[in-house]
Design a protein. Structure first.
Length: 173
């Protein structure tokens, strides 16, 4: 079907004609079906695994509120960095309040490779820390009982327990 508008001709396709083409219709159906499968096949990442559900005395899902400043390099010494989280759900154990402070050991390293001879058992699937991400964590209280090295705490003026992160997994936002 053609229509004239001044000197411009606009060509309108007849949908029935396009869909009835033997080559176009099967391709369109496969495209729509494939799109449906990929959108339905993206499972929500809960962060639950054997370690996060059994290690530590507390297990939470919490959103990383902020990273107060860039992490210093760990080429000179190992350290734990205190991060502030907003608790979304307590899976086991108990925390006081909806904001907690969590010590993450050598935060520049992916959690799967952060464990060393000084840290004790720590790990997880988290690769990098980004404010706004939700983490499922197995925690111990207090950091002083699990780490005797350097601790960078930009929240030192705020009271509250400093938890030791034993296991940290990324959860879907």
């Amino acid at each position: 079907m053609r229509r004239l508008y001044g000197n411009m001709r606009l060509l309108f396709f007849n949908i029935r004609h396009v869909l009835s083409c033997t080559a176009t219709f099967p391709v369109l159906i496969l495209f729509l079906y494939g799109g449906m499968l990929t959108s339905c096949n993206s499972p929500m990442q809960t962060g639950a695994d054997r370690e996060v559900t059994t290690l530590g005395t507390v297990e939470v899902s919490a959103r990383l509120i902020e990273i107060p400043e860039p992490f210093p390099p760990n080429d000179l010494y190992n350290y734990a960095y205190i991060l502030k989280y907003r608790v979304l759900k307590v899976h086991r154990g108990k925390v006081d309040g909806d904001e907690i402070f969590v010590a993450q050991y050598n935060p520049l390293k992916p959690r799967s490779s952060a464990q060393d001879e000084l840290s004790g058992k720590i790990g997880g699937d988290l690769k990098t820390f980004r404010a706004g991400d939700v983490h499922r964590m197995a925690l111990e209280a207090s950091v002083d009982e699990y780490w005797m090295g350097g601790v960078i705490d930009k929240y030192f003026h705020k009271s509250g327990v400093r938890y030791w992160a034993v296991w940290t997994n990324l959860e879907s936002k």
